[in-house]
Design a protein. Structure first.
Length: 403
């Protein structure tokens, strides 16, 4: 469809005898109507200098309200006296029918203006000798011009308002997602530091169990979790600055096997509390993927955390990876929890969606939505296979590194 002139630039010529406005919508038929009407007007006598403008009603709803339109396409002839509406599929032929009368009205108006002894000013009220106001005649075209110009400004302001509200809503969602994800690394780092603290309590049974090797492991784990927290805070600050609605990724060669072991180590305390076991089945020859380590870690952290949460005590969890095709690697996290109803298996990836069983659980219902955004940012897919009472298996894919 052709580009249409903005209202603010269309309605600027004051003092015209009449102008034509063609109201259309986004249907394909509108393009044909524009072509037919424009060709018809060009073929008519004395058409030079007559304003003919296109109005897309979906972009300018205030015009529809002002002229009380009930259907499109519609052509409106705005003149000094009033306005006339032509509708239907034969607007071009109707224009040809009415054109002689419109030209006569134009000539009559010009003659009246030339013979007038007073220089009227639009919209101005002047006082007569008796102190009473006498309203000057106002050109209807100029009046419509001002009304529609203001309508256009209102429309633009509402668009700006919607855009700003969308940005604020996006920031709120991102911050809520980060708050949700900060809990896991913060808990892991706290446990590591609290365990290290025991080493500095002399003459206690716990301090004697903390060997130099364990100390090094705890320091490494705490450092890794703090780095994760720092990365999340950085993203929160970027979101607060309005960095855009898309998840930002910095892909590089990534060893999935190593990352899975790192994430699993951060959940050891939770696994021990519920006496759960976790198996990792990842081939040693699995190719590296082209992905952002921090973002993929967030996906794994969310999925493993959910698996632990919904798997009962003494249950089993599995992390499986395979070279699915020559182009991608598939990673799966399987639990032995209650499963997810088939009719909800797509909805769980929507922001703030929560299953009825989770209404009283902690969280924002944002973890899986965030996982989906991250995976899609890597041009991958994420989905779930699940049967009620038999557990769930979440799968996602990442592209193979081709460096």
């Amino acid at each position: 469809m052709q580009a249409h002139t903005p209202v603010s630039t269309v309605l600027t010529q004051i003092g015209e005898s009449f102008k034509l406005l063609l109201f259309i919508d986004k249907r394909p038929i509108s393009t044909e109507q524009i072509k037919l009407v424009r060709q018809q007007i060009k073929a008519l006598p004395e058409s030079e200098g007559i304003s003919f403008d296109i109005v897309d009603v979906s972009n300018q709803p205030y015009w529809v309200e002002h002229f009380k339109l009930v259907a499109t396409p519609a052509l409106i002839k705005v003149s000094a006296d009033a306005h006339q509406v032509l509708t239907g599929s034969d607007i071009a032929s109707q224009v040809a029918h009415w054109w002689p009368r419109w030209i006569k009205e134009k000539e009559s108006q010009i003659a009246q203006e030339n013979s007038a002894s007073l220089n009227f000013k639009e919209g101005v009220n002047q006082l007569d000798d008796g102190g009473k106001t006498s309203t000057l005649a106002v050109n209807a075209v100029a009046q419509s011009t001002e009304i529609l110009r203001l309508a256009d400004e209102i429309f633009k302001l509402k668009q700006d308002q919607e855009s700003l509200l969308a940005q604020v809503a996006f920031k709120d969602r991102i911050i809520a997602m980060m708050a949700h994800d900060l809990r896991n690394p913060l808990t892991a780092a706290s446990i590591a530091i609290e365990t290290l603290e025991l080493a500095y309590e002399p003459e206690t049974v716990q301090s004697k169990k903390i060997t130099p090797k364990l100390t090094a492991h705890l320091v490494k784990m705490a450092k890794a979790q703090i780095c994760t927290i720092n990365s999340m805070i950085t993203e929160i600050l970027q979101a607060a600055k309005g960095s855009g609605a898309e998840i930002q990724v910095s892909p590089q060669s990534l060893d999935v096997r190593s990352l899975c072991h790192t994430v699993m180590d951060s959940f050891q305390s939770k696994l021990e509390q519920k006496k759960q076991t976790i198996d990792i089945d990842i081939p040693r020859d699995l190719p590296a993927v082209y992905a952002d380590p921090d973002q993929v870690q967030r996906v794994l952290t969310n999925l493993i955390d959910n698996a632990i949460k919904y798997t009962p005590a003494n249950g089993q969890i599995a992390i499986i990876a395979l070279h699915r095709t020559t182009e991608e690697v598939q990673i799966s996290i399987r639990d032995t929890g209650p499963g997810i109803p088939k009719d909800k298996q797509k909805s769980i990836f929507e922001e703030s969606f929560r299953l009825k069983r989770d209404q009283l659980e902690d969280g924002y219902g944002l973890g899986l939505a965030l996982c989906q955004q991250i995976v899609r940012a890597h041009y991958g897919q994420i989905w779930v296979d699940s049967k009620r009472g038999e557990g769930s298996c979440f799968h996602f894919t990442l592209p193979v590194y081709r460096g």
